[in-house]
Design a binder for this molecule. Structure first.
Ligand code: SF4
Ligand code: MG
Length: 348
């Protein structure tokens, strides 16, 4: 098998402030061997939750989780541990995930011990992963505070690699680092991927970072994947209005659109997962829905101040092919033939 599938359905239903939150809703991802799948969205989109579900760091309170086509929702603890070996996680803040009272050598060794795999070769394995990530193995007896932010992220990566996993879930792995250090860590991750044939799920909140590392990209909005495309396609011909908004050089709250009436639309904050809008969950912020309604030719309805296509208000769009393998969940996607002024401006 050359593909590992991570599939969650109605997976992330959490209790938050007494209210059920469907943080991840019917998401299916396929990550090929040796591939980086970028997962992008604003905070609150459910992307970290999806990563944690893949590792079972959180448990779905309803629904199923399938890995490699197999339902892993009910498997035993022992089986689950064996599976966990194949998927490891690197966090945004390595300092937060490293125990300050424990030497880094011990931290890196810990996964081997937890999985009962610590034996005579243990110290050699630790030295091996330390060298692999560019750390001096003779520094194994030092403590986390003795290292810089970039070095601490190398420690986090080494720790994730000790079990020789197939997939790394990288949750904003460079967001906390200086730009110059970001490039070093990204180069390191790319080299390790080439050498070991690893698959990465690379979670980030902006499209600029994932552009350099991803082969394909999935864009998430309020718990759903709204677009999934080959990297170059996503940047050259984004289909979903939300992707276009993310690609806009200006912050999303300032995206303005003009139509013949020179209406300007200022998009507000990401909605709340506790109160997902009906129909297309992006409709309160969508410039395209407003453009389409103003152009006429489709049934419309008023929603607050806005005139919107009725379809956007009542039908939840499902991910579907728009030619090729790319997928989009939108009733009025930005195809190259019908590209809006907004998308044209953003893509210049
Ligand atoms: Fe916008 Fe309608 Fe497409 Fe949703 S379905 S993204 S509201 S145009
Ligand atoms: Mg997050």
């Amino acid at each position: 098998v050359d593909a590992t599938r991570v599939f969650t359905r109605r997976g992330g239903l959490f209790k938050k402030a007494g209210k059920a939150v469907r943080a991840v809703d019917g998401v299916s991802l396929t990550i090929r061997a040796g591939e980086t799948l970028g997962l992008v969205g604003e905070s609150g989109s459910g992307k970290s939750t999806l990563g944690r579900l893949a590792l079972r760091l959180v448990e779905p309170t309803s629904g199923r989780l399938l890995v490699d086509g197999r339902d892993v929702t009910g498997v035993s603890k022992a089986e689950m541990q064996a599976m966990r070996r194949d998927i490891q996680m690197v966090f945004q803040d390595p300092y937060g995930s490293l125990d300050p009272r424990v030497t880094i050598g011990q931290s890196i060794a810990e996964p081997l011990k937890v999985h009962g795999l610590w034996d005579g070769d243990g110290p050699q394995k630790v030295a091996g992963v330390m060298s692999l990530v560019g750390l001096d193995p003779s520094h194994a007896d030092r403590y986390p505070h003795q290292f810089s932010g970039g070095q601490r992220q190398r420690i986090g990566i080494a720790r994730a690699l000790t079990l020789d996993p197939k997939i790394l879930v990288l949750d904003e792995p460079v967001s906390a680092l200086d730009v110059s250090i970001q490039a070093q860590i990204i180069n390191l991750l790319q080299r390790i991927q080439r050498e070991r044939g690893l698959s990465y799920l690379f979670i980030a909140h902006d499209l600029a970072v994932v552009r350099h590392v991803s082969h394909r990209i999935a864009v998430m909005y309020l718990g759903k994947v709204v677009e999934m495309a080959e990297r170059d396609n996503l940047y050259r011909r984004p289909l979903h209005p939300y992707t276009v908004s993310l690609l806009a050089a200006v912050p999303i709250a300032d995206v303005r659109m003009r139509n013949r009436r020179r209406t300007s639309v200022t998009m507000g904050e990401i909605g709340s997962a506790t109160n997902v809008p009906p129909g297309c969950r992006f409709h309160p912020r969508c410039y395209q829905a407003r453009l389409v309604a103003a152009t006429g030719g489709v049934p419309t309805e008023r929603s607050g101040d806005a005139l919107l296509p009725r379809a956007c208000l009542i039908d939840q769009p499902e991910l579907r092919s728009c030619g090729g393998t790319d997928r989009v969940a939108c009733h009025f996607p930005e195809t190259p033939e019908t590209r809006s002024e907004v998308a044209t401006a953003v893509l210049q």
